[in-house]
Design a protein around this ligand. Sequence first.
Ligand code: GN1
Ligand code: MG
Length: 564
Amino acid sequence: MAADQEQEQEQRRRLLDVASRFPLPTGCRFSYGTAGFRADGATMAPAVCRAGILAALRSLKLAGAAVGIVITASHNPIGDNGVKIADPDGGMMDQQWEPFAAALANAPDPDALLQLVLQFVKDEGIPLGGHHTAQVLLGRDTRPTGEYLLDAALQGINAILGAQAIDMGILTTPQLHWMVRSKNKGIKASESDYFTQLINSFRRMLELLPKDKGGDELAKKLIVDGANGIGGVKLEQIKAELSGLDIIVRNSGKEGEGILNHLCGADFVQKERVTPHGFGPEDVGVRCASLDGDADRLIYFQMSSSSDNKVDLVDGDKILSLFALFIREQLDVINNNGSQVDKSLPARLGIVQTAYANGASTQFLKGLGLEVVFTPTGVKYLHKKALEYDIGIYFEANGHGTVVFSEDFISQLESLSNDLSSQAANCSAQYHAAMRLMAATQLINQAVGDALSGLLLVEAILQYKRWSFQNWCELYSDLPSRQLKVKVVDRSSIVTTDAETKVSQPSSLQELIDKETANYTQGRCFVRPSGTEDVVRVYAEASTQVEADSLAKSVAHHVERLLG
Ligand SMILES: CC(=O)N[C@H]1[C@@H](OP(=O)(O)O)O[C@H](CO)[C@@H](O)[C@@H]1O
Ligand SMILES: [Mg+2]
């Protein structure tokens, strides 16, 4: 008993101590946004330290399962930084904990922080006091404030008795998520295990290419814009082992090559529709890809003319469409093979998009007979929805996305592959389709969207289909669209519904949007408060660029007038 009381005292002392080492500056307020906390890197230490406390508590609550912390601000400017927490399955932290995360980050003084933690552990039944272990894996990107913030996170984790922090080094966001997921599955979880899995499954995909299709070989050259972030660094490490591809990394993050996310990266190229820094006329006609600063976003592009720097863009919606076509094709081969009717693989395939998905992509996917559903913006919503299917494919237009397979589906696929491999059928189309799906489950990062693994799956599928960039780009034509940002006094005064496609408050705003939209052919427009910036976002689509611009502009005026 006395020992228990001592432990309890020690726990309180540690929490008070760490909170006084990272005081919250007056007037500072953190909100848990679409992807964790994000702000000027120099101001982030209190929030990151408290995220460390939170991650350790989360691990304690979940019987010591490993939880992850990534220190990154993704595509934001180099001066910013942020922190995201990964749950034991490798996905984003359970949303039910977000209010506590925000309250903890904003606790005004050490005593308030202690009381908050004590109340929370009581409510949640978390075994505080050092009798149980907790484990937190940490990773960070290449930002200059990363090391200092990593130390703040370590101090936060170490303030919880029984918690162990493991620094996994400088990583892409999806690498850390993959490590957390693998560790909790009891499989090898180091960086070299991650690379081996990617390289081997990519090789298997190429070994399974149809030999009899004919036609031109796909150009092997691929130029990757690494956004001067961590993704380019990692790709440089493995590119020599990727047979069948000739990868050139630009904006690779090497000293002197440029500034993180500045005039480069997936966010820049997708929004501006121009070439990133470091690309020029000699690259016309070459397949190119862009990653974002922490390599969880992927887009493709190609320059079509040397007279300007405009690009043809393949965004997340088209990557999703490519994955959907490929997976559906393999399922069709497996299930419609006349000679093996007894061997089928029933699978519910679901496509998950947000309101930002280009309307043409949704129409294309629905036209294929696929089930398409919508969630609010943010991977945490999309991923969760995708898990409801045997195979769930989700992407945001900006290039965040992945494919998830249910455990049940994977075990059925495994047993089907085993059955077929032991029969004369092992050279059949059905067997190859099953093997391709198996390789895809290994290649794609099922924890979270991953630009590196996504890129390799794209490349394998393009080779499988013998599609050039142009073939892919012409799958459907994007509807012209426009995104605008509006500064308002309080963006939280806008409340949305129906996966953010409608405004419920102020109600007069939705009436105005409807009235404006009705004036345009193929018009679609919605507004929502951003979860990462202090702005209201306006999105509009219409049959011409001029109309999309004009619709966005008139709705932005209404937002300004009502809330500015
Ligand atoms: C329109 C848009 O691109 N929104 C982005 C952006 O969220 P906002 O809540 O819109 O600020 O950042 C998120 C995190 O990176 C990303 O998931 C999302 O897609
Ligand atoms: Mg990112």
